[in-house]
Design a binder for this molecule. Sequence first.
Ligand code: UDX
Length: 447
Amino acid sequence: MHITMIGSGYVGLVSGACFADFGHDVTCVDLNEKKIEALKNGQIPIFEPGLDALVADNAKAGRLTFTTDLAPAVAKADVVFIGVGTPSRRGDGHADLSYVYAAAADIARAVQGFTVVVTKSTVPVGTGDEVERIIRETNPAADVVVVSNPEFLREGAAIDDFKRPDRIVVGLEDERAREVMTEVYRPLYLNQAPLMFTGRRTAELIKYAGNAFLAMKITFINEMADLCERTGADVQDVARGIGLDGRIGSKFLNAGPGYGGSCFPKDTLALVKTGQDYDSPLRLVEATVEVNDRRKRAMGRKVIAAAGGNVRGKTVGILGLTFKPNTDDMRDAPSIAIIQALQDAGATIRAYDPEGIEMSKAVIQNVEYATDAYDVAQGADVLVLVTEWNAFRSLDLERVKAAMNTPVLVDLRNVYRQKEVEAAGFTYHSVGRPVAHEHVDAVAAAE
Ligand code: UDX
C-alpha cells in the first residue's frame, strides 16, 4: 500500500515511520526544506524515544522516504494522510485549520485515481465535510473519499501507543474506503486491536471527548488534592481508593501542578468553542480549562509559602521544565507559569531539565541553567520538583542538602515519601498529602 503523509511534525513522523514498519511504502512530505533535508540525513527534529532507530531502519529498507515535492507523492498514493498542525488560533482559542485546508487543496490538485484522504490532525467536528468540499471545488473530477482517523499518541510513548493501541477509530461513510483502511491497519488488526468504524463526525468528536475527559479527570484529582491538604487526607490513597472501582479506573489520577502539553490545553479550549458555537455549552470542560489555568500559577504561590511566605532575593531551584518526562516539549508546561510567578515575587531561578533546556530558552527568560540536579541545588533556598523525570526520582538527598542554602523540597509530583525526605533533614511539601500545621497556616497566609 502506498501511503503519503502530509506534514512531518510529531504526528506525521511517528505515524509515517510506524506505517512503514508495518511494511507499507510511506512518503513523508513537508514544506520545510531544512526539516526534510535533515530527515534524509537521518536527523530527527523532535525528541521521541525510539523514533530515530525506527526512521533509520525503515529508510534503509527503502520503505520510508522524505520529500518537499507534494504532487508526485500524492499522485502515487492509495492513501493520503493529513498530519499537519492545528494550533490554537490567536485571540479566540478555535483550532486554526488553515494548514489542513491548504493541504486539502494541494491534494486535490495532485490526486490521481481512487484515493482515500484521511485526516489525522486533531480537527473540530465537521472539518471532514469542509475538507471534502474543498477537494471537490478544487478538482471536481477527483475520485476521493475523506475519512477521519484521529491519533491517540502520548509524547514519550508515541511508538508504543501507535503499535499497541487501545483502539483505532475510523470515521467514514464509504465501503471502498472501509476496505482500504482495514488494509492500512491490518497488522494491528491481526494483533486484535479493536478497529472501530463510525461516522466521520463521530470520529472527530471522539478525539476531543477523549482528551477532554482525561483533562477533567486530572483536574478533578488536582482539586481533590487541594481539599486533602486542607483536611489532612492523602490524595494518593483517595486516588487508589476510587481508582480500584473499575468504573473509574486508576489511570490519570496523579495529582500534580496541572496538565500541559501540545494537546490537552489546545483541545479542551477548542471543544469549549465548538460547544458554544453549537449552542451546546460544555460547562464541565469550561471549568476544567479555567481551574487548570489558575492552578499553574497557584503552584508558584505554594512554593512561596514553602519558602516561609517570601522569595525576594532567594534562589529557587527548578527540577524539570518540560510538561512531562521523556519529551523536550515546553508547550503549556506548568513550569512556565510557576517560574513567572516566582520571578514576579523577586526570586532568582536556577533550573535543569534532561531534554528541555533548549526549548525552554525560547519561552522563559532570566533563568540560570544548571548541568544536573545537584548543580540546581547549589545555593538554593527551595528546590521544586516540577517534572517527574527518572533522573530526579532517586536523588542522593544528603548531597542535595549539602548543596542547598536551606533544605526545603517542594515535590509537585509526589515522587518522594515524606518520611525519607524528612529523615534526610528537609522540610518537605508535596501535593495533596498530609502536612504539618505550620505549613497549612503559611499557605493560607500566602494566599
Ligand atoms: C495526550 C493524550 O494522552 C493523548 O492520547 C493525545 O493524543 C495527546 O494528548 P500527551 O499530551 O503526550 O498526550 O501527554 P499525557 O501523558 O497524556 O499527559 C498530559 C498532561 O497531563 C501532562 O502535563 C501530565 O503531566 C499531566 N498528567 C497526566 C497529570 O498531571 N496527571 C496524570 O495522572 C496524568
